[in-house]
Ligand binder design. Structure first.
Ligand code: CDV
Length: 310
């Protein structure tokens, strides 16, 4: 048995005017609760430190830099790192990263109980658009503010298991899980900010959004025999609603715990990493059963499936 009791720390809404210091205080309060519940790991959402700013259009791209952290720990997050180290808590959270050479990424990190950043992931599947789009019910400007991640989908041997990360829209893509599954991942931690309506399809509302979210996460967990911890930022941010739906999904693809609110809330489950073994050694033993030589001629460069040759 390799049990790790995980706290999925859903954050309620963060308004545009809310300071990072106020958000970090909320994160520390959740961490204290998680510690009291006996959890050694806490997972926060995507872009945890601010409102979901890609909904706001800055004509001058440079203005958006105010949403980014130029270092990590940053001055604003140092109290979070200090609290985690004092409590001996490992953590993962998302933030907007500006690198010293001026690149911008939607990033998440994995921090061990001693406060060391042991893993960094940069979001690969960036949804949305680059320019202001008056046809949409709301803007989603991730493609304006971020570059696609350049680190792939690595896994890290830490906390007694094999851990991976992805961010929000990544969870809808089977490649995300499979890249990590092929490296033996046992727990994927991910955060998300998902508007409860589709900006291009008014008929797609909360129920369908939650359905697609669960479908993706549960399938990814099952098909790769891994735990998935999916953590929302939820609720009404300056009139823009984000769905909840924080989930802990086991390697059979079953939801074992989920959030009940759209506010700051811990979703806790004791996850046995050994529960991944059965799936990895039987139906999803990739070495024995994957048949890539029969999958058709797939061009590795562009991912296009070509028709069979005559
Ligand atoms: N932050 C996100 O990546 N959100 C997307 C929305 C735009 C569909 C998501 O996949 O949840």
């Amino acid at each position: 048995m390799r049990e790790i009791k995980v706290a999925a720390a859903q954050l309620g809404p963060i308004q545009k005017a809310e300071s990072r210091a106020a958000v970090v205080a909320r994160m520390i309060a959740l961490m204290q609760q998680a510690k009291a519940e006996g959890c050694p790991l806490i997972v926060y959402p995507e872009l945890a430190l601010t409102t979901f700013f890609p909904r706001w259009y800055h004509e001058d791209r440079a203005e958006a830099d105010s949403w980014f952290e130029a270092e990590m720990p940053s001055p604003a997050t140092q109290p979070l790192f200090d609290a985690a180290r004092a409590m001996g808590m490992a953590m993962s959270f998302g933030y907007a990263e500006k690198t010293p050479d001026g690149h911008h990424f939607n990033t998440s990190i994995l921090v061990d109980a001693a406060g060391n950043i042991v893993g960094k992931y940069r979001k690969i599947h960036l949804p949305g658009h680059v320019e202001y789009d008056s046809e949409r019910s709301h803007q989603h400007l991730e493609k304006r503010y971020f570059e696609p991640g350049d680190l792939g989908f690595p896994v890290w041997r830490t906390l007694g298991g094999i851990f991976g990360m992805c961010i929000c829209n990544d969870r809808r893509w089977p490649e995300t899980y499979r890249e990590m599954g092929l490296q033996g991942v046992e727990m994927i931690v991910l955060g998300f900010n998902t508007p409860s309506v589709n900006s291009q399809k008014g008929a797609e509302g909360l129920a369908q959004r939650l359905f697609h979210h669960k479908l993706s996460v549960q399938a990814g967990a099952y098909q790769n025999a891994t735990w998935v911890i999916a953590v929302a930022k939820a609720g009404d941010e300056d009139g823009h609603h984000l769905m909840g739906g924080t989930l802990i999904v086991n390697p059979d693809g079953e939801i074992v715990a989920e959030s009940q609110t759209e506010g700051d809330e811990l979703v806790i489950h004791a996850c046995d990493l050994d529960d991944t073994v059965f799936g990895k050694e039987t139906i999803f033993d990739f070495a024995r059963h994957r048949r890539i030589e029969h999958y058709g001629r797939i061009t590795a460069q562009v991912g296009v499936v070509l028709p069979p040759e005559d």
